[in-house]
Design a protein around this ligand. Structure first.
Ligand SMILES: [Zn+2]
Length: 691
């Protein structure tokens, strides 16, 4: 949760199976001091002290990879969206977005139609690939697929999942007011390059399971057993060859490594056997003054595959990507089979979420600002927004004080840091101006066509941004999303209404709870503008080094300290599993700073009110203790081991238990609040601190 960079469309696949009663919103969780486990020592494992009772009471449902305090809220938000869609669907004279939402919902929920016509839809989807007669024609078909069935989008873990590579608009890093276009590595079905390259037994086994899955999917798509074997071998071989030259996820976090300006001629020279002119013509993007190639080392490998493989192998590769994407839009049988690998094998989840929840998630992803208007009316009253803005202002003041008092920063850097903080735009709840969906064509019936049409609308909308001024007020998350982000290139923090809800935030919760469970998250997002990635962008969002050499050195030393704290084995997941503090450094920096800022803001508030923070209140906790306990509670969750292994391998966010215990063990105030002594696990001898 809480992503660092823009355009990370991340969906948290967490949910609840609590009974769904139509017309009645599910109960939300909230912080309650009686849930603290007094049999555990808060100075040994604060996560266990705060979460073990909650975990014991909440086993992981069969249709989820994790369960957390976020789970009831996810169900709550989805229920509101479901009811909005059902209302739209029930109106026979609906027009505009109401017609779109209603018809999308009905077509998505109509499994009988998908079962009856899905095979025909899949054949239609495969037609352009089957019709390819020469390698020359490959580029045009790829552009067509990227514009509908296989849109290139960055996932929450900063990987692009589409055939061969991603192409789309990109904000110029040196001049954030301009939008150019860019190319990024892609082409892998498994979560990251290491899944193809690592040599441990678990990775090898997973690759065998993946190969079997490919055969199964080709067979379900109607190919003979022999064809399916041959096609699966081609897909696996091509993806394995693309994995090696990919940039790894640690390097991908460094904007200095991913900002590579290239002319069209240079990109063509890297891929002489790919008809780039045809690709761009079919994609229909305006020509920018230059392109940004995130990972230049990857593109010769694409060329090598196109040049060295037979046409049949290349077509098998594209067929797989079409089948994979069509699985969730055509026959239920294909969708179930695909889930059994990507959901069950990779994440350990035994079964799919109910159909209505998958339809809500898909509609939220494709027309989220239409649905979001309904969500905000019900779940985000003006009082909530006012209180959230107040909280944000408090956190910003705390950071300003912090920057002013840092002993390792010189006045020159300090001045620019304050300028950057002052220029940061905070967006709360929902956009000022809602997206115009009028050009999106949604019909009654035919879910496959509706899904492709919605993807195509979005790809076209994105591509139109090339050469246009940047809209800093646009949102990359929908209003009902339970997440937040910092966009360093626009210097904004963005808090959808979906996360400004219980148990994170409530207009009637105590200040200590709101500051611990949401203030720390606000601090987290603000700090992203000053983490190892964000600090390289200035007040305008331009990639520019505004640090003196000695301040940058002092920063890096502190960053290395944190990275070392977060790099350690995780024996409970297997002998080979180890966290990578370089991958999670930005998120860990934000967590550490976020908690400190929220505490400082709460202290400021208590001081201004003349209230004591260390006197036990009615629930037996002091405000200070409640602050830390509410922070920990906001991270209570249990994950399946498969999901944890995947998170450690691919996700720049540390596991929840570390997000609680590591930052708090770095804060001396925490030890004082709970009477912890030197030598106990929650008290670091050499605590790290940046902000
Ligand atoms: Zn984050």
């Amino acid at each position: 949760m809480l992503k660092a960079v823009a355009r990370l469309a991340c969906l948290l696949l967490l949910a609840a199976t609590a009974c769904f009663a139509q017309g009645k919103l599910p109960q939300l969780d909230r912080f309650d001091a009686s849930m603290l486990d007094k049999s555990k020592n808060p100075c040994v494992d604060f996560f266990a002290y705060s979460c073990s009772k909650w975990q014991a009471a909440h086993p992981i449902p069969a249709d989820m990879a994790s369960v957390g305090v976020i789970t009831p809220l996810f169900l709550y938000n989805q229920t509101i969206l479901r009811e909005a869609m059902e209302r739209a669907a029930a109106n026979p004279s609906a027009t505009g977005t109401e017609q779109q939402v209603g018809d999308y919902w009905k077509s998505c929920m109509n499994l009988d139609e998908r079962a009856a016509k899905g095979k025909q839809w899949l054949a239609e989807a495969l037609k352009p690939v089957d019709a390819i007669r020469s390698k020359q024609e490959l580029a045009g078909v790829l552009a067509q697929l990227h514009a509908g069935l296989l849109p290139a989008f960055e996932s929450g873990d900063n990987e692009v999942y589409t055939a061969f590579f991603g192409f789309g608009p990109q904000q110029d890093m040196e001049d954030s007011s301009k939008m150019v276009a860019g190319f990024d590595q892609g082409g892998l079905s498994l979560p990251a390059r290491e899944y193809y390259l690592d040599d441990d037994p678990a990775s090898k086994q997973l690759r065998e399971q993946f190969k079997k899955h490919l055969v199964r999917m080709f067979t379900l798509a109607g190919d003979s057993a022999e064809e399916a074997e041959r096609e699966a071998a081609a897909v696996f071989s091509i993806e394995s060859a693309l994995a090696g030259p990919q940039m790894n996820s640690v390097d991908r976090r460094d904007p200095l490594k991913t900002y590579n300006k290239r002319s069209l001629a240079q990109i063509k020279a890297a891929m002489p056997d790919f008809d780039l002119d045809e690709y761009l013509k079919v994609a229909g993007a305006p020509e920018p003054p230059f392109y940004i190639v995130t990972t230049p080392g990857f593109f010769p490998a694409v060329n090598q595959q196109i040049k060295g493989r037979s046409l049949a192998e290349l077509k098998s590769y594209l067929r797989w990507w079409v089948i994979r994407s069509a699985a969730s839009k055509t026959t239920p049988e294909l969708e179930q089979a695909n889930f059994e690998f990507f959901g069950t094998v990779l994440e350990g989840t035994p079964r799919m979420l109910p159909q209505w929840r998958r339809c809500v998630a898909s509609a939220d992803a494709r027309m989220g600002e239409a649905l979001g208007q309904e969500y905000v009316k019900i779940a985000f009253p003006p009082e909530s927004k006012a209180r959230a803005v107040e909280l944000m202002n408090g956190i910003r003041t705390a950071l300003k004080q912090d920057i002013g008092s840092l002993d390792w920063m010189s006045p020159a850097t300090r001045k620019q840091a304050i300028e950057k903080l002052d220029a940061m735009i905070q967006k709360v709840g929902y956009p000022d101006k809602w997206r115009d969906y009028s050009a999106m064509k949604i019909v009654a019936g035919n879910f496959y066509q509706n899904a492709i049409s919605a993807e195509n609308f979005e790809v076209r909308r994105e591509l139109r941004k090339v050469n246009q001024p940047v809209d800093r007020m646009e949102w990359q998350m929908t209003p009902a999303t339970i997440n937040a982000y910092n966009d360093p290139q626009n210097n904004t923090i963005n808090f959808p209404a979906g996360i400004l809800q219980l148990p994170y935030f409530g207009p009637t919760e105590s200040d200590a709870v709101n500051y611990g469970a949401t203030g720390a998250t606000i601090g987290h997002e603000i700090i992203h503008g000053f983490d190892d990635q964000g600090r390289k962008f200035d007040a305008k969002g331009n990639l520019r080094d505004w640090w003196t050499a000695s301040d940058a050195k002092a920063y890096d030393e502190r960053g290395d300290c944190l990275a070392a704290e977060y790099t350690h084995p995780v024996p409970e997941l297997g002998p080979e599993v180890k966290t990578n503090g370089k991958l999670t450094q930005g998120e860990d920096t934000a967590d550490d700073g976020g908690v400190r800022l929220a505490l400082a803001a709460l202290e400021n508030l208590y001081k201004s009110l003349g209230k004591p923070m260390d006197t036990p209140e009615s629930d037996g906790l002091t405000a200070r203790q409640r602050f830390y306990a509410a922070y920990a509670f906001s991270w209570c969750e249990s994950d399946r081991p498969e999901a944890e292994r995947k998170q450690i391998a691919t996700d720049p966010h540390s596991l929840a238990r570390y997000r609680v215990n590591v930052p708090l063990s770095n804060v001396p105030d925490f030890a004082r609040a709970f009477g912890c002594k030197a030598g106990q696990p929650m008290v670091r001898e050499h605590a790290c601190r940046i902000w």
